[in-house]
Write a protein that binds this ligand. Structure first.
Ligand SMILES: C[S@@+](CC[C@H](N)C(=O)[O-])C[C@H]1O[C@@H](n2cnc3c(N)ncnc32)[C@H](O)[C@@H]1O
Length: 217
């Protein structure tokens, strides 16, 4: 066995984030506000994910993006900031308890005009999208049992070369020692995705594991 990825200590995590793009005032405030929702604050994407998402979206030249699982809007903010001029982000969430914070942050950051938020089960929203294979980028971070269905709806709408990104694919390491049906669902998702011949798949040790799937030409 070769292990070349370092296990992440808290100290190394601090070092890593200190040497990356720093959050601005809007992101800092949103992180602070979200921490007040103690029971669900951990849903927010990790600090190292925001600059990574923005850079991915910028590098890919994204015009059309979709997010599944918006919460208080941190990942959407990161994606929206990386869009090409005139680009759009469709955000899907089933619950509008936390989205007012998202809308405020998007407004403060000046990206609200690029974002459409639809409150409904994401699968319904995705199924209503045209089958035109013109989505450049998707980020999936909603309920884990839905990942395979989200992938299937999104992949046919993704242009060749477009990316689909899935968060929490490690389940904090429980993909090796599952202890719930949700863990089992992600194990099954990871297995199916790795074997799907419509995409090339890279699983990365960022935060709780992020998979990037690229739609094959
Ligand atoms: C982990 S949070 C998303 C965090 C977000 N990406 C961020 O950066 O803060 C998951 C979100 O998925 C939403 N969700 C759960 N089930 C859903 C469904 N069936 N359709 C749409 N959204 C759903 C929840 O309401 C919650 O806001």
């Amino acid at each position: 066995m070769r292990q070349s990825t370092l296990l992440m200590s808290a100290e190394l995590h601090t070092y890593m984030t200190a040497h990356s793009v720093q959050p601005d005032a809007v992101q800092e405030r949103l992180a602070r506000q979200t921490r007040r929702f103690a029971e669900v604050a951990h849903w927010q994407t990790a600090p190292e994910q925001s600059p990574f998402l923005t850079m991915l979206v910028q590098t890919l030249g994204v015009h059309k993006a979709v997010e599944v699982g918006t919460f208080t809007g941190m990942s959407a903010l990161a994606i929206a900031r990386g869009l090409q001029p005139g680009g759009t982000l469709l955000c899907c969430d089933v619950d509008d308890t936390w989205t007012p914070l998202a809308r405020q942050a998007w407004q403060d950051a000046g990206v609200e005009d690029r974002i459409e938020l639809r409150i409904a089960p994401a699968l319904e929203t995705l199924r209503l999208l045209p089958n035109t294979a013109d989505v450049d980028f998707s980020f999936v971070d909603a309920e884990k049992t839905g990942y395979w269905d989200y992938f299937n709806e999104l992949v046919v709408r993704t242009r060749p070369g477009g990316l689909l990104v899935f968060d929490n694919v490690f389940r904090k390491g429980r993909v090796l020692h599952p202890s719930s049906e949700v863990d089992d669902a992600i194990i099954e998702f990871n297995k199916r995705l790795a074997g799907d011949d419509r995409v090339d798949v890279v699983m990365l040790p960022i935060a709780d594991g992020m998979t990037i799937a690229r739609r094959k030409p």
